[in-house]
Design a protein around this ligand. Sequence first.
Ligand SMILES: Cc1ncc(COP(=O)(O)O)c(C=O)c1O
Length: 296
Amino acid sequence: MGPFDWLPRAPLEPLQLDWLNGVELAVLRLDRIDPLISGNKWFKLTEHLAQARDAGASGIISLGGAYSNHLHALAAAGKRFDFPTVGLLRGHAQDTPTVLDLKAFGMQLHWLGYGGYRARHEPGFWLPWHEQYPHLYPVPEGGGGLAGALGCGVLVEQARAQLGNLGWADYDAWWLAAGTGTTLAGLVLAEAGAHPVYGAMAVPDDHGVAQNVSDLVQGGYELLEASRSGFAKVDPVLLDFIERTEQACGMPLEPLYTGKALLALKQQIEAGRFAAGTRLIFLHTGGLQGRRGFNA
Ligand SMILES: Cc1ncc(COP(=O)(O)O)c(C=O)c1O
């Protein structure tokens, strides 16, 4: 499989919102790189795919939930670039819009139940899957780990190359949603201390984001609670914020990651964390396909 020379370029756009209070905000729009392989997912996959190729694998096996953005992008990439994909799914068989897409993209699915999925970190979890699919390379949940982080480093280059379009000579910090913290770690590695990276955690503390990130990088970032009482928990304030943002500037958000991250930024600006004139880059990590579950 591969090599893959598809390196999509994300546009960096200024964002005007009435709560910025003098803070200047630009968005690196990963939601706009491709209609199917959207968001941070392709960047998180590139190094895993290179490792799979080096290992002589012919395809990828990975895991996720019934709305997983990661499995969606992986399955779409498998279809587009013609490599087989297998998805191990959390819970019991159901046809969410995401799952219907996975099937249409040709991903082979196995439902692990909830207990079976919880066992994914246990030693030996992959053994039976390796026996069943010896030619497939296992990629951890969400495309995480060091390989996932390294693939995201190029985003820093992409943003810097477009600063001139905004009339910016430099910027002060990054702001993005963190689910496993892999994308954040990739930015921190690429920044190498040049600019801090703020991660708005879309999951509660016990999901281990802090540990994941500190396993990959030392310093140069800050994690903030933004899950609003739990992963995938939505509330009227959040939904109203997403709708108002879309009306105000036309940028779509979904409620699990990007909506929570931008709302957390608004709250921090209101609390006075950033002085007027601070220049921030918000990383739009995509995930809009997962929004269909909420619309339904
Ligand atoms: C849309 C979206 N944004 C952000 C994230 C978080 O990325 P990471 O797991 O690298 O922290 C994810 C996935 O986990 C996602 O699907």
